[in-house]
Design a binder for this molecule. Structure first.
Ligand code: NDP
Ligand code: KPL
Length: 280
Protein backbone atom coordinates (compact mmCIF):
# COMPACT_ATOMS: atom_id res chain seq x y z
CA UNK A 1 0.00 0.00 0.00
CA UNK A 2 1.11 3.55 -0.71
CA UNK A 3 -0.06 6.11 1.83
CA UNK A 4 0.30 9.91 1.65
CA UNK A 5 -0.36 11.92 4.78
CA UNK A 6 -0.92 15.66 4.32
CA UNK A 7 -0.13 17.56 7.54
CA UNK A 8 2.68 16.87 9.99
CA UNK A 9 0.69 17.77 13.09
CA UNK A 10 -0.45 15.55 15.95
CA UNK A 11 -2.88 13.33 14.00
CA UNK A 12 -0.75 13.21 10.84
CA UNK A 13 2.39 12.11 12.70
CA UNK A 14 0.56 9.39 14.66
CA UNK A 15 -1.19 8.06 11.56
CA UNK A 16 2.03 8.16 9.50
CA UNK A 17 3.98 6.31 12.17
CA UNK A 18 1.42 3.43 12.28
CA UNK A 19 0.93 3.29 8.52
CA UNK A 20 4.71 3.00 8.07
CA UNK A 21 4.38 -0.52 9.50
CA UNK A 22 1.87 -1.40 6.77
CA UNK A 23 3.22 0.19 3.62
CA UNK A 24 5.21 3.00 2.10
CA UNK A 25 4.43 6.41 3.64
CA UNK A 26 5.03 9.91 2.31
CA UNK A 27 4.26 12.78 4.66
CA UNK A 28 3.57 16.16 3.06
CA UNK A 29 4.29 19.08 5.37
CA UNK A 30 4.07 22.87 4.99
CA UNK A 31 7.57 23.79 6.09
CA UNK A 32 10.79 22.67 4.38
CA UNK A 33 12.50 22.60 7.77
CA UNK A 34 10.03 20.03 9.12
CA UNK A 35 10.43 17.92 5.96
CA UNK A 36 14.22 17.88 6.46
CA UNK A 37 13.94 16.94 10.13
CA UNK A 38 11.49 14.13 9.34
CA UNK A 39 13.77 12.81 6.59
CA UNK A 40 16.72 12.80 9.00
CA UNK A 41 15.14 11.54 12.21
CA UNK A 42 11.87 9.85 11.21
CA UNK A 43 8.83 10.10 13.51
CA UNK A 44 9.19 9.23 17.18
CA UNK A 45 5.84 8.18 18.57
CA UNK A 46 5.31 7.74 22.31
CA UNK A 47 2.34 5.66 23.42
CA UNK A 48 1.33 3.30 26.20
CA UNK A 49 3.15 0.58 24.21
CA UNK A 50 6.43 2.44 24.44
CA UNK A 51 8.40 4.42 21.90
CA UNK A 52 8.70 3.69 18.18
CA UNK A 53 10.63 5.35 15.38
CA UNK A 54 9.10 5.28 11.90
CA UNK A 55 11.06 6.10 8.78
CA UNK A 56 8.99 7.94 6.21
CA UNK A 57 9.58 9.99 3.10
CA UNK A 58 8.92 13.66 3.91
CA UNK A 59 8.30 16.39 1.35
CA UNK A 60 6.44 19.67 0.84
CA UNK A 61 4.85 18.60 -2.48
CA UNK A 62 1.85 16.32 -2.84
CA UNK A 63 2.82 13.32 -5.03
CA UNK A 64 0.80 12.43 -8.10
CA UNK A 65 0.18 8.68 -8.00
CA UNK A 66 -3.05 6.91 -8.96
CA UNK A 67 -2.27 4.13 -6.46
CA UNK A 68 -1.83 6.36 -3.40
CA UNK A 69 -4.28 6.62 -0.52
CA UNK A 70 -4.22 10.22 0.72
CA UNK A 71 -5.15 11.21 4.28
CA UNK A 72 -5.65 14.93 4.91
CA UNK A 73 -4.65 15.57 8.52
CA UNK A 74 -4.66 19.37 8.70
CA UNK A 75 -7.05 21.44 10.78
CA UNK A 76 -10.46 21.86 9.14
CA UNK A 77 -9.85 25.52 8.21
CA UNK A 78 -6.87 24.50 6.01
CA UNK A 79 -9.02 22.14 3.95
CA UNK A 80 -10.03 24.65 1.29
CA UNK A 81 -6.37 25.26 0.36
CA UNK A 82 -5.61 21.54 0.35
CA UNK A 83 -8.57 20.62 -1.85
CA UNK A 84 -7.45 23.28 -4.34
CA UNK A 85 -3.98 21.68 -4.37
CA UNK A 86 -5.57 18.25 -4.84
CA UNK A 87 -7.65 19.27 -7.86
CA UNK A 88 -5.02 17.94 -10.31
CA UNK A 89 -3.66 15.10 -8.22
CA UNK A 90 -4.40 11.45 -8.96
CA UNK A 91 -5.14 9.15 -6.04
CA UNK A 92 -7.01 5.94 -5.30
CA UNK A 93 -8.77 7.51 -2.32
CA UNK A 94 -8.71 10.83 -0.46
CA UNK A 95 -9.73 10.73 3.19
CA UNK A 96 -10.39 13.86 5.25
CA UNK A 97 -9.64 13.35 8.95
CA UNK A 98 -11.00 16.63 10.34
CA UNK A 99 -13.40 17.30 13.19
CA UNK A 100 -16.55 19.15 12.19
CA UNK A 101 -18.65 18.98 9.06
CA UNK A 102 -17.03 21.37 6.61
CA UNK A 103 -15.34 18.68 4.52
CA UNK A 104 -18.69 17.19 3.53
CA UNK A 105 -19.05 20.03 1.04
CA UNK A 106 -15.41 20.30 0.02
CA UNK A 107 -14.36 16.86 -1.12
CA UNK A 108 -15.51 16.26 -4.65
CA UNK A 109 -13.19 13.40 -5.61
CA UNK A 110 -15.30 10.32 -6.55
CA UNK A 111 -13.33 8.26 -4.03
CA UNK A 112 -13.50 10.79 -1.23
CA UNK A 113 -13.85 9.44 2.27
CA UNK A 114 -14.02 10.81 5.78
CA UNK A 115 -12.38 9.50 8.92
CA UNK A 116 -13.50 10.30 12.43
CA UNK A 117 -10.49 10.19 14.73
CA UNK A 118 -11.31 9.02 18.23
CA UNK A 119 -7.75 8.70 19.57
CA UNK A 120 -5.92 11.56 21.22
CA UNK A 121 -2.57 12.98 20.10
CA UNK A 122 -0.32 15.89 20.77
CA UNK A 123 2.78 17.04 18.96
CA UNK A 124 5.88 17.71 21.07
CA UNK A 125 8.10 18.84 18.20
CA UNK A 126 8.30 18.53 14.40
CA UNK A 127 9.37 14.86 14.73
CA UNK A 128 8.02 13.78 18.12
CA UNK A 129 4.39 12.95 18.83
CA UNK A 130 2.45 11.46 21.72
CA UNK A 131 -0.39 9.05 21.04
CA UNK A 132 -2.48 9.67 24.15
CA UNK A 133 -5.75 7.86 24.78
CA UNK A 134 -6.23 4.92 22.45
CA UNK A 135 -9.30 5.24 20.28
CA UNK A 136 -10.72 4.11 17.00
CA UNK A 137 -10.48 5.60 13.56
CA UNK A 138 -13.84 5.25 11.82
CA UNK A 139 -13.61 5.45 8.02
CA UNK A 140 -16.31 5.56 5.35
CA UNK A 141 -16.80 6.58 1.75
CA UNK A 142 -18.61 9.90 1.24
CA UNK A 143 -19.85 9.13 -2.24
CA UNK A 144 -20.08 5.35 -2.32
CA UNK A 145 -16.61 4.81 -3.80
CA UNK A 146 -13.73 2.73 -2.47
CA UNK A 147 -12.17 3.15 0.96
CA UNK A 148 -8.46 2.97 1.89
CA UNK A 149 -7.40 -0.30 3.47
CA UNK A 150 -5.66 -0.10 6.84
CA UNK A 151 -5.09 -3.19 8.97
CA UNK A 152 -6.74 -2.78 12.36
CA UNK A 153 -4.37 -3.24 15.31
CA UNK A 154 -4.70 -3.02 19.08
CA UNK A 155 -2.88 0.33 19.01
CA UNK A 156 -4.95 1.68 16.13
CA UNK A 157 -8.38 0.04 15.83
CA UNK A 158 -9.88 0.78 12.41
CA UNK A 159 -13.62 0.56 11.83
CA UNK A 160 -15.30 0.85 8.44
CA UNK A 161 -18.75 2.40 8.56
CA UNK A 162 -21.03 2.99 5.59
CA UNK A 163 -22.92 5.62 7.61
CA UNK A 164 -19.84 7.79 8.10
CA UNK A 165 -21.91 10.97 7.83
CA UNK A 166 -23.88 9.91 10.93
CA UNK A 167 -20.60 9.28 12.76
CA UNK A 168 -19.34 12.75 11.75
CA UNK A 169 -22.55 14.38 12.89
CA UNK A 170 -22.40 12.58 16.23
CA UNK A 171 -18.84 13.76 16.87
CA UNK A 172 -19.64 17.32 15.74
CA UNK A 173 -22.66 17.50 18.05
CA UNK A 174 -20.67 16.16 21.00
CA UNK A 175 -17.99 18.75 20.22
CA UNK A 176 -20.71 21.46 20.16
CA UNK A 177 -21.85 20.47 23.66
CA UNK A 178 -18.32 20.44 25.11
CA UNK A 179 -15.77 22.48 23.17
CA UNK A 180 -17.03 26.11 23.08
CA UNK A 181 -18.14 26.12 26.72
CA UNK A 182 -14.85 24.64 27.97
CA UNK A 183 -12.97 27.13 25.76
CA UNK A 184 -14.87 30.17 27.05
CA UNK A 185 -14.66 29.04 30.68
CA UNK A 186 -11.07 27.70 30.27
CA UNK A 187 -12.00 24.55 32.20
CA UNK A 188 -11.17 20.87 31.69
CA UNK A 189 -13.91 18.71 30.21
CA UNK A 190 -14.71 17.11 33.60
CA UNK A 191 -15.74 20.46 35.10
CA UNK A 192 -18.80 20.58 32.86
CA UNK A 193 -20.29 17.73 34.91
CA UNK A 194 -18.94 18.65 38.35
CA UNK A 195 -19.97 22.31 38.23
CA UNK A 196 -23.81 22.39 38.44
CA UNK A 197 -24.07 25.80 36.71
CA UNK A 198 -22.02 24.62 33.73
CA UNK A 199 -24.01 21.36 33.52
CA UNK A 200 -27.23 23.48 33.42
CA UNK A 201 -25.84 25.25 30.34
CA UNK A 202 -24.90 21.93 28.72
CA UNK A 203 -28.41 20.56 29.41
CA UNK A 204 -30.04 23.67 27.90
CA UNK A 205 -27.81 23.54 24.83
CA UNK A 206 -28.49 19.82 24.43
CA UNK A 207 -32.29 20.31 24.72
CA UNK A 208 -32.18 23.05 22.07
CA UNK A 209 -30.15 20.81 19.76
CA UNK A 210 -32.65 17.96 20.26
CA UNK A 211 -35.50 20.25 19.28
CA UNK A 212 -33.67 21.62 16.23
CA UNK A 213 -32.04 18.43 14.96
CA UNK A 214 -34.09 15.47 16.24
CA UNK A 215 -32.75 13.03 13.62
CA UNK A 216 -29.06 13.79 14.16
CA UNK A 217 -29.46 14.05 17.96
CA UNK A 218 -30.92 10.50 18.19
CA UNK A 219 -27.30 9.29 18.39
CA UNK A 220 -26.35 11.89 21.00
CA UNK A 221 -28.33 11.39 24.23
CA UNK A 222 -27.42 13.64 27.17
CA UNK A 223 -25.91 10.54 28.78
CA UNK A 224 -23.35 10.36 25.92
CA UNK A 225 -22.27 13.96 26.59
CA UNK A 226 -21.99 13.21 30.30
CA UNK A 227 -19.97 10.04 29.68
CA UNK A 228 -17.58 11.78 27.28
CA UNK A 229 -16.96 14.55 29.84
CA UNK A 230 -16.37 11.84 32.45
CA UNK A 231 -14.02 9.84 30.20
CA UNK A 232 -12.02 12.92 29.20
CA UNK A 233 -12.41 14.67 32.60
CA UNK A 234 -8.71 15.53 32.89
CA UNK A 235 -8.39 16.73 29.26
CA UNK A 236 -8.71 20.19 27.84
CA UNK A 237 -10.86 20.24 24.69
CA UNK A 238 -9.11 21.09 21.42
CA UNK A 239 -10.92 24.46 21.29
CA UNK A 240 -9.87 25.26 24.85
CA UNK A 241 -6.23 24.52 23.93
CA UNK A 242 -6.43 26.56 20.71
CA UNK A 243 -7.90 29.59 22.53
CA UNK A 244 -5.35 29.27 25.35
CA UNK A 245 -2.53 29.40 22.75
CA UNK A 246 -4.12 32.23 20.77
CA UNK A 247 -4.53 29.93 17.74
CA UNK A 248 -7.32 29.82 15.20
CA UNK A 249 -10.11 27.44 16.33
CA UNK A 250 -12.35 25.09 14.34
CA UNK A 251 -15.46 26.99 15.55
CA UNK A 252 -16.75 27.61 12.00
CA UNK A 253 -16.31 24.03 10.85
CA UNK A 254 -17.85 22.50 13.99
CA UNK A 255 -20.37 24.95 15.51
CA UNK A 256 -20.81 27.24 12.50
CA UNK A 257 -21.67 24.25 10.30
CA UNK A 258 -24.32 23.03 12.76
CA UNK A 259 -25.85 26.53 13.17
CA UNK A 260 -25.96 26.97 9.38
CA UNK A 261 -27.68 23.61 8.88
CA UNK A 262 -30.87 24.49 10.77
CA UNK A 263 -33.30 27.41 10.77
CA UNK A 264 -33.80 26.92 14.53
CA UNK A 265 -32.11 29.68 16.54
CA UNK A 266 -30.16 27.43 18.99
CA UNK A 267 -29.71 30.44 21.32
CA UNK A 268 -27.32 28.89 23.86
CA UNK A 269 -24.94 27.44 21.26
CA UNK A 270 -25.10 30.69 19.25
CA UNK A 271 -24.04 32.81 22.22
CA UNK A 272 -21.05 30.55 22.78
CA UNK A 273 -20.25 30.70 19.05
CA UNK A 274 -20.38 34.52 19.12
CA UNK A 275 -18.12 34.60 22.17
CA UNK A 276 -15.50 32.38 20.51
CA UNK A 277 -15.65 34.50 17.33
CA UNK A 278 -15.27 37.66 19.46
CA UNK A 279 -11.96 36.31 20.79
CA UNK A 280 -10.35 36.42 17.30
N1 NDP B 1 -5.06 16.04 18.12
C1 NDP B 1 -6.06 15.28 18.49
O1 NDP B 1 -6.02 14.63 19.56
C2 NDP B 1 -7.28 15.12 17.62
C3 NDP B 1 -7.47 15.92 16.50
N2 NDP B 1 -8.60 15.71 15.72
C4 NDP B 1 -8.82 16.51 14.51
O2 NDP B 1 -7.82 16.18 13.56
C5 NDP B 1 -7.50 17.33 12.76
C6 NDP B 1 -6.00 17.60 12.84
O3 NDP B 1 -5.70 17.95 14.19
P1 NDP B 1 -4.22 18.02 14.78
O4 NDP B 1 -3.36 17.03 14.12
O5 NDP B 1 -4.36 18.01 16.25
O6 NDP B 1 -3.79 19.49 14.29
P2 NDP B 1 -2.33 20.13 14.26
O7 NDP B 1 -2.52 21.59 14.33
O8 NDP B 1 -1.45 19.44 15.26
O9 NDP B 1 -1.78 19.73 12.83
C7 NDP B 1 -2.20 20.31 11.64
C8 NDP B 1 -1.00 20.29 10.72
O10 NDP B 1 -1.42 20.67 9.41
C9 NDP B 1 -0.35 21.37 8.84
N3 NDP B 1 -0.78 22.10 7.65
C10 NDP B 1 -1.57 23.20 7.58
N4 NDP B 1 -1.71 23.57 6.29
C11 NDP B 1 -1.00 22.69 5.54
C12 NDP B 1 -0.73 22.56 4.16
N5 NDP B 1 -1.25 23.44 3.27
N6 NDP B 1 0.04 21.53 3.72
C13 NDP B 1 0.57 20.66 4.61
N7 NDP B 1 0.37 20.75 5.95
C14 NDP B 1 -0.41 21.75 6.40
C15 NDP B 1 0.16 22.26 9.97
O11 NDP B 1 1.47 22.69 9.65
P3 NDP B 1 2.22 23.84 10.50
O12 NDP B 1 2.38 23.31 11.89
O13 NDP B 1 3.52 23.97 9.78
O14 NDP B 1 1.32 25.05 10.42
C16 NDP B 1 0.11 21.28 11.13
O15 NDP B 1 1.32 20.57 11.26
C17 NDP B 1 -8.35 18.48 13.32
O16 NDP B 1 -9.52 18.62 12.57
C18 NDP B 1 -8.68 18.01 14.75
O17 NDP B 1 -9.89 18.57 15.23
C19 NDP B 1 -9.52 14.75 16.01
C20 NDP B 1 -9.36 13.96 17.11
C21 NDP B 1 -8.26 14.08 18.02
C1 KPL C 1 -12.41 15.39 23.64
C2 KPL C 1 -13.46 15.93 22.73
C3 KPL C 1 -14.41 14.81 22.42
C4 KPL C 1 -14.25 17.01 23.42
O1 KPL C 1 -15.36 17.43 22.67
C5 KPL C 1 -12.86 16.43 21.43
O2 KPL C 1 -13.02 15.80 20.42
C6 KPL C 1 -12.09 17.69 21.32
O3 KPL C 1 -11.53 18.14 22.30
O4 KPL C 1 -12.07 18.23 20.21
Amino acid sequence: MTYTIIGGGAVGLVLASYLATQGSVTIVVKRQQQAQLLQQHGITCHSEWGQSIAHVHATTTIPNDPAQHIFICTKAYALQTITEQLAHIEAATITACQNGLAHLALLEHPSSCAAVVEFGAYKESDTIVHHTGVGRVVIGALSGGQVPFIASTQQLPIIYDESIQDVMWRKALLNCCINPLTAIMQVKNGELITNPSLWQIVMRMHAELEEALPKQMKNVPLKAVYELCEKTAQNRSSMHVDIAHGRQTEIEEIVGAVLAFTAHPLPTLRVLYDQIIAKR
